[in-house]
Design a protein around this ligand. Structure first.
Ligand SMILES: Nc1nc2c(ncn2[C@@H]2O[C@H](COP(=O)(O)OP(=O)(O)O)[C@@H](OP(=O)(O)OP(=O)(O)O)[C@H]2O)c(=O)[nH]1
Length: 241
């Protein structure tokens, strides 16, 4: 929250502005009450559409040498764009920060992009959301998978939305074609594991959850109707609860 009252002069407001808001100086609605909520807008981003296109361009460059695991070696960028498209067209999401985070969600995990770079380009909110959906590479495969299940109910609403879109896109991809070297059993195990992650996201977006429910059922994975209870091992949960 800014410490300046509405009547105080511009100097006071300027001192309160973060680095990212200062970049926004060309826009009339520059003085806002919640700095954390605002993305960095370089002067060339005249509106959300320009910002979204800059985000897609950034991700496309970062993923340019990466391919999906399918036999056709689909360009990797199809996945993050597909996730953002699912969120907008099927989840009804209009929050541009969610769509940006969806487009950027694998840049840190799968390319040389750093979180500092994300913040520099797109602001602290996008950095935070991308960080929330980024697996920690230092963990083993099994630890990463367990960590995703445990973290799902604890992350922000924006991160939960990105996760729902991510899982829906990956599961649909698996139904379309099996990745090279994946057995049918591995596909089935991915459905089971995804169901456990999604359980922690229930209550975030009904249309997406309904589609995930139907998709998971094709592999006999049944989603409960209520969100997974928080584990007492999670730090944000009081041991006395
Ligand atoms: N279904 C599918 N997935 C592919 C394909 N190519 C790459 N992937 C990626 O593979 C990951 C799932 O494979 P795993 O073996 O379980 O995990 P890992 O690659 O991250 O170690 C997903 O990463 P992720 O997006 O980080 O998601 P998640 O593992 O966190 O769900 C998914 O995006 C493909 O052709 N089809």
């Amino acid at each position: 929250m800014t410490a300046c009252s509405a009547n105080q002069d511009l100097d006071c407001h300027m001192k309160e502005l973060t680095k990212e808001d200062k970049l926004d100086i060309h826009f009339p609605d520059v003085c806002r009450s919640n700095d954390e909520e605002q993305p960095s807008r370089k002067p060339t981003d005249q509106n959300d559409l320009a910002l979204l296109l800059r985000t897609i361009n950034f991700a496309a460059q970062k993923h340019s040498f990466q391919r999906r695991k399918d036999p056709e070696k689909t360009p990797y960028i199809n996945h993050p764009i597909g996730v953002a498209h699912i969120l907008a067209s099927e989840g009804g999401i209009t929050d541009v920060k969610v769509l940006q985070a969806a487009i950027l969600h694998d840049t840190v995990e799968d390319t040389d992009t750093t979180l500092d770079e994300i913040e520099e380009e797109f602001g602290a909110t996008i950095r935070h959301t991308v960080e929330e959906v980024t697996d920690k590479k230092a963990l083993s495969y099994q630890e990463r998978k367990a960590h995703q299940i445990a973290r799902a109910p604890l992350v922000s609403e924006r991160a939960k939305l990105v996760k729902l879109g991510d899982k829906l896109h990956n599961l649909r991809d698996l139904q379309r074609v099996r990745p090279v070297d994946w057995s049918q059993e591995r596909v089935h195990q991915y459905f089971i594991w995804s169901g456990k992650v999604i359980e922690g996201l229930i209550g975030t977006n009904l249309p997406l959850e309904e589609k995930l429910r139907q998709l998971l059922a094709t592999e006999d994975v049944i989603l409960p109707t209520e969100r997974k209870a928080l584990s007492i091992l999670e730090p944000s949960v009081s041991p006395s609860l």
